[in-house]
Structure formats: structure tokens, C-alpha cells
Write a protein that binds this ligand. Structure first.
Ligand code: NAI
Length: 689
């Protein structure tokens, strides 16, 4: 079997099917062909009584070859390979190290036993690209580990670590040398004449009511995403249908999803996430010690994110009480995780222990990277940068977490401005995956590379952005939320706008988000913008009126909503304010349908997205999609606003933006790039290279 990524070794009477297909041993065509050939050889060789399957390199088969998805699946299908394993008359044991995901774990499921290394993982990530496990995963997992475990796995897409996989019955043994253990077990099965097939088991007893409740929860959480719902349906099929029928129906669901718009959108995002961090050339500088200046909402969350990733952090505040307050914030985050069972006592101690608190910038002397997260005020930020400049090594990277301000102006204060960069985290910083890496004019490629590598180390998603008021995300958000505020004045109420956005698939409505973030956070920025805005631009005064009453959202109990016992209730006073705003502008209030709110918000995003592109604030449309999905709760299954615009068609988008312009006036002119692309019959995807 020369030249194939699958070889057959021997250990006495046990055949060793070894897959060697870097980087992740994906089930691509040559692997599938090699596996079928190896099985035939084992079947034909009387000297072999049993076999194992194991992989070289860093992992077991980590899944299908996603590159083949868009070009059909040439050669034998995964299901044909798995069927050949299932039909084997000699026992085969899977020896798993690294990750056995998707088709990789499905292959393990058609083996006659599964052994995993202590640091291994199993799981079904298919839902993340809008699919379900399509080669028996939804049918065999419930037979092996029960319907509830199967439901959790196939609908969440999470990877299950070895010890948990063992406890759930997803594997048979955890062994430090899984290959050796698999050989022993394979021989033992052959000796005993056993050929235990998962597919032949019946569904273990389970709690029907708990299962139904879990399915209902999947539906609730899906918020429009089809794959988790259909994955749950496939598990339900397994509960009553014989294996062959279940496999056929699972296959049919997979096919339908594969050709549907949601999987296309999610695959677009999958590639978009990788494209966004592509930067040729420069090598990153090493980062070991991190400093954070300012320990408020953001600084404390950023410190947690770094400590979670194993880095030592020194957090500097203005004084002792502020430093203590920062420490309390950090502790509150970790205590919640500990009490919620998401963190062990040992990790709690380790992670809290990695963060030191100080009141003097001197303690950042030997930091490799310092991130300032002080108040959003240029003078305050420049003071910090000036102080740091004379203090830290000349090759230490200095970053700002500013939401809107010009990072170039901060770099002006620094003796080596080429090491200044923006790292715009989102709130809560230890949770949100997105970080906009803002590149000032002078930033060295090595500094940008260091920023990208740092974000990757935090297991977050970076997107490069140019300096601009609000960078990519907040700039686009500014336009979409303006439309939401116009909708209030036109006749809608906050709860109606939020319901429309949530029905579209957003994690949360915009007014609920305002209330959660605190209205005061943006108030200063709104005042700053009001000073420079074209006075003819339409603005809605309701936000300011609410702020003027001292209602800043959740933290004060009132904002756009009344917050009571963890619930959001409509506020009659806010309704009155909105009605007053309409009256003052002479608008006859009307019903604003949910669909209208949805398309207005989307069109606003796309038009501003086109401007952000032509100003080269974003390098490509797919970067905008990544920002909106990971930073602003845009439904991933729609692929992001720019992908959605392509799906709708740019001429239609131009028509919608024209309608926004007609209704909203100055500031809403269609972006020239959108006009040009619509006229030329192009798609945003054409710019994604
Ligand atoms: P915050 O008001 O909660 O915290 C600021 C902290 O900085 C305070 O604890 C203050 O004592 C401290 N501080 C002020 N001057 C300092 C100095 N010279 N040295 C050391 N510490 C100093 O503010 P927040 O919300 O954490 O925002 C910080 C930065 O993060 C701002 O630039 C903001 O625009 C940005 N940001 C905020 C987001 C949010 O949702 N709150 C999201 C993304 C970015």
C-alpha cells in the first residue's frame, strides 16, 4: 500500500491499521480508500485474528475533510467505509489519542471497542458547520450511551474529555498507551469469540420526560439554527427505528442540511475565521508577562482572560481602594465559575494566583505586553502611554482597549510608536471570543503578529481593523442601532424591536443589550459624536432622556426596561418618552412590522460595511461577518451580514438601502462600493480573497 496514507502493520496475529495523513488525519478520499483496502487485507489474511486502528501524528481522525464539502465527496463515502468496519468478522479496536471528532468518532463507534488516551477528546462538532453527524453518530451514540448523552453531544458540538467520555460510556477504557491496550483488547475479543457491535444494541432505559425536556431546550436555544433541531430529530429516530432505517434517515437529513443555506453560511464563517487571522511574514515576539492598566469592567475581564490562558498578569489601578475593587471583580468571576462547577478548586487557586495587583506603573517594568483599559478619554489614555513609554522595554508591545478612539494619537506619546497597537476586547472580556486588532499607521508587522498570536493564545478570534471611529464593529453597530431608535420614533416600542431582533436570531435585542452594558457607557461617546455630527442627520433623543433621569439600565434597575427579579418589564415612562419624541417630530405613530425592523437593521449594517471596506478599515467582507457574529451576536447560521447580503443579492440590497436613505435622510446615502458592485453583478464574496 505504498503512497497511501493508510498502512497495515502487524503485531503477531493483530493487524494495526495506521492512518498517517497530516495534519489531522482527516477522512479524505485517500484515507477512505486506504481503510477499505486495509480491511480487505485483514479479512483475507488467515494469520490475522483481530485488528486495531490508530493514527500517527498529533491526533486520531479529527473529522471529515471539510475541503471536500463544496466539491462533492469523490471516491468511497464515509458511510461505505464505516459499513465495511461494521461488517468486519474480525474484532477491531479503536486506539484514540488527540481528538476523535465527527467522522473520526463515528469510525470509533463502528469498532468493537474504544480505548482513549487520558488527554483525548471525542465529540461531534458537525452542528458548528450546520450539519449533523451523517455516518451513524446520531444512531449509534444513543445505543451506546443513552439518548440524553447522545442528544447533548450531537446538538452542542462540544468535545468531551477522556475521563468524562469514560463516565458517560462513550469509550471502554482510558489508557496511557492506547495502542498497546487496544492490541490486548483486540486479541482478547478474538480469543473470546466476541464481536460486540454498537449498532446491534438496543436503546438503554432512559427517562422519557427528561429527554423531551432536553429536546425542548435544544429548540429554544437554537434561535433559528436548523442543525441542532434536526440533530435532535435524528436522535429521536434512533429511539424507535431499526439501525438501517435510522442510518438512511440520518443520511437524508445530512443531505438536506448540506445543500441548505445555513450550512453554506456556517462553512463560509469557518473559512472566514481562518482568513481573518492570515498575515504573511513577520514572526511574533514572545509574550510571557502581561500588564493591564485599569481594573474596571474591561481590565478585570482581560486579566482573567490572560490568566485563564496561563499567563502571569499584573493589574495596575490608580489607588489601593480601586486595586481592591479590581481584585473583588476578578474573584467574583472565578468564584461564580467555582460555584457553578465550571472550575475545580485547584484551577481557581492557580488562576486567581496568577494575577497580581499594584498601584504603581513601575511594577510593569519587565512586562512584554501592556494593555490599557482606563476610562475612554484620550487625555487619560495618552497620560498612561507617556508614562509607560519611559518605563517598559523598547520592544514591549503597548496596547489600548479603546472602543472608538484614535490609537495613532496614543502612539504619538510613545518613544517607539511602532510597538503600539489596539486590542479591542468585548464585554465580558473573559467570555466574548472577538478581539479587534487595530493596526495604527506605524505598527511593525512583528507587533501585529504578536497581537494576533496573543489573541490565539487566549483562544479568541482576532480580526484586523484599521483605525477609525469605532473600528469595524462599533461603527456598523452605530448605524444599525440608529435604525432601531428610528423605529421607536416611527411607532415601535423597545420590547417590539428586541423581539424582532431575537426572532431574526440575535442573541439579545439591542435595547436589552444597552441596559445590560449600562447606558452611561455610551452616553459620553454619544455626546462626543453629537458635537461633530451633521446637524441634518436624524437623531432620536430618547436615549439621552432616559440617561438624564439617572436610569442607566440593569445596574440602576431601570433603563429602556424596568429590571425586576431578573426580568425585563416594559417601562410605561419610557413608552411616554418615546411617544413624546414622535410627537415632537410630528410623526404619526404606526405599527412597524418585525420584518421591517429586521431588514432595516440588516441593510444599515451592509451599507456601513461597504463603507468600512472601501476605507480599508476591514480588509475583506468576510472579516466584517466574523466581527458581527463573534462580537455582536449576529446569528452565525446566517453567516454574517455581508454573506447574507450576497444571498439576498446586491441589487436588492441597494434597493433596500435606497429605501433607508429615502426614509432616514442625510447620512444614509448608499455606499458607492455597494452601487458599483450591484451594477457590475458582483458579490461581496468576490472580495474575500
Ligand atoms: P471602567 O470605568 O469600568 O474602568 C476603568 C478603570 O480604570 C477604573 O477602575 C479606573 O479606576 C481605572 N483607571 C483610570 N485611570 C487609570 C490610570 N491612570 N491608571 C490605572 N487605572 C486607571 O471602564 P471600562 O468599561 O472597563 O472601560 C475601559 C476601556 O475599555 C475604555 O476605553 C472603554 O471604551 C473600553 N471598552 C469598554 C467596553 C465595555 O463594554 N465596557 C467594551 C470594550 C472596550
Amino acid at each position: 500500500m505504498a503512497n497511501t496514507p493508510v498502512r497495515l502493520d502487524r503485531s503477531g496475529d493483530v493487524g494495526l491499521i495506521i492512518v498517517d495523513h497530516p495534519p489531522v488525519n482527516a477522512l479524505s478520499r485517500p484515507v477512505r480508500e486506504g481503510l477499505i483496502a486495509a480491511l480487505a487485507e485483514i479479512a483475507a489474511d488467515p494469520g490475522l485474528r483481530a485488528a486495531i486502528i490508530a493514527c500517527e501524528g498529533r491526533t486520531f481522525i479529527a473529522g471529515a475533510d471539510i475541503g471536500e464539502f463544496d466539491h462533492g465527496l469523490p471516491g468511497p463515502e464515509v458511510s461505505a467505509v464505516l459499513h465495511a468496519f461494521h461488517a468486519s468478522r474480525k474484532p477491531i479496536v479503536a486506539a484514540i489519542h488527540g481528538t476523535a471528532l465527527g467522522g473520526g468518532y463515528e469510525l470509533a463507534l463502528v469498532c468493537h471497542a474504544r480505548i482513549i488516551a487520558p488527554d483525548g477528546y471525542v465529540g461531534f462538532p458537525e452542528v458548528r458547520i450546520g450539519l449533523i453527524p451523517g455516518a451513524g453518530g446520531t444512531q449509534r451514540t444513543p445505543r451506546l450511551a443513552g439518548p440524553l448523552v447522545a442528544l447533548d453531544l450531537v446538538t452542542s458540538g462540544r468535545s468531551v474529555p477522556a475521563d468524562e467520555a469514560m463516565a458517560l460510556g462513550l469509550v471502554d477504557e482510558v489508557a496511557t498507551d492506547p495502542r498497546h491496550a487496544a492490541i490486548l483488547r483486540a486479541r482478547h475479543l478474538a480469543d473470546a469469540g466476541l464481536l460486540p457491535r454498537v449498532g446491534e444494541r438496543s436503546i438503554p432505559a432512559y427517562d422519557r420526560a427528561a429527554f423531551e425536556a432536553a429536546v425542548a431546550a435544544v429548540h429554544r436555544r437554537a434561535r433559528g439554527a436548523l442543525a441542532p433541531v434536526r440533530a435532535a430529530e435524528a436522535v429521536e429516530i434512533a429511539l424507535t427505528a431499526p439501525l438501517a432505517e435510522g442510518l438512511a434517515r440520518e443520511q437524508a437529513i445530512t443531505e438536506a442540511l448540506h445543500h441548505g443555506p445555513q450550512s453554506k453560511a456556517l462553512r463560509h464563517l469557518f473559512y472566514a475565521e481562518r482568513r481573518a487571522v492570515r498575515m504573511p511574514g513577520a514572526s511574533p515576539w514572545p509574550v510571557r508577562r502581561v500588564g493591564v492598566v485599569g481594573g474596571g469592567t474591561m481590565g478585570s475581564g482581560i486579566a482573567v482572560a490572560f490568566s485563564d490562558a496561563g499567563l502571569d498578569v499584573t493589574l495596575v489601578e490608580v489607588g489601593e481602594p480601586q486595586a481592591q475593587a479590581a481584585e473583588r471583580r476578578v474573584r467574583a468571576i472565578y468564584d461564580r465559575q467555582l460555584h457553578g462547577g465550571r472550575l475545580t478548586g485547584r484551577l481557581h487557586a492557580e488562576r486567581t494566583g496568577r494575577i497580581r495587583y499594584a498601584t504603581d506603573l513601575q511594577s510593569l517594568r519587565d512586562a512584554d505586553l501592556v494593555i490599557e483599559a482606563v476610562v475612554e478619554d484620550m487625555a487619560a489614555k495618552q497620560t498612561v502611554f507617556r508614562a509607560l513609554s519611559g518605563l517598559v522595554r523598547r520592544d514591549a508591545v503597548l496596547a489600548s482597549n479603546t472602543s472608538y478612539l484614535d490609537v495613532d494619537q496614543m502612539a504619538d506619546e510613545v518613544d517607539a510608536p511602532e510597538r503600539v497597537i489596539g486590542l479591542h476586547f468585548f464585554s465580558p472580556a473573559h467570555v466574548m471570543r472577538l478581539v479587534e486588532v487595530v493596526r495604527p499607521r506605524r505598527a511593525l508587522p512583528e507587533v501585529i503578529a504578536t497581537a494576533l498570536a496573543t489573541v490565539r493564545r487566549l483562544r479568541k478570534q482576532a480580526v484586523l481593523a484599521g483605525v477609525s471611529d469605532g473600528f469595524i464593529g462599533n461603527r456598523i453597530l452605530g448605524k444599525s442601532r440608529a435604525q432601531c431608535e428610528y423605529a421607536l420614533e416611527d411607532g415601535a416600542l423597545p420590547q417590539e424591536v428586541d423581539a424582532a431582533l431575537e426572532a431574526y436570531g440575535f442573541a439579545m435585542g439591542i435595547f436589552a443589550v444597552f441596559d445590560m452594558a449600562g447606558l452611561d457607557v455610551d452616553w459620553a461617546d454619544r455626546k462626543r459624536k453629537a458635537a461633530t455630527r451633521d446637524p441634518r442627520e436624524r437623531t432620536v433623543p430618547v436615549y439621552e432622556w432616559i440617561c438624564q433621569r439617572g436610569h442607566f439600565g440593569q445596574k440602576t434597575g431601570r433603563g429602556f426596561y424596568i429590571h425586576q427579579d431578573g426580568k425585563r418589564l416594559p417601562d410605561p415612562e419610557v413608552t411616554a418618552l418615546i411617544e413624546r419624541a414622535s410627537a415632537e417630530r410630528g410623526i404619526a405613530r404606526r405599527t412597524v412590522p418585525a420584518e421591517e425592523i429586521q431588514w432595516r437593521v440588516h441593510a444599515a449594517m451592509v451599507n456601513e460595511g461597504a463603507r468600512v471596506l472601501s476605507e480599508e478599515i476591514a480588509a475583506r467582507p468576510s472579516d466584517i461577518d466574523v466581527v458581527l457574529v463573534h462580537g455582536y451576536g449576529y446569528p452565525a447560521w446566517r453567516g454574517g451580514p455581508m454573506h447574507e447580503a450576497d444571498a439576498i443579492g446586491l441589487p436588492e440590497m441597494l434597493r433596500r438601502v435606497g429605501a433607508l436613505h429615502a426614509a432616514s435622510g442625510v447620512g444614509w446615502e448608499p455606499a458607492p462600493l455597494l452601487r458599483q458592485m450591484a451594477a457590475a453583478g458582483k458579490r461581496f464574496a468576490d472580495l474575500n480573497g
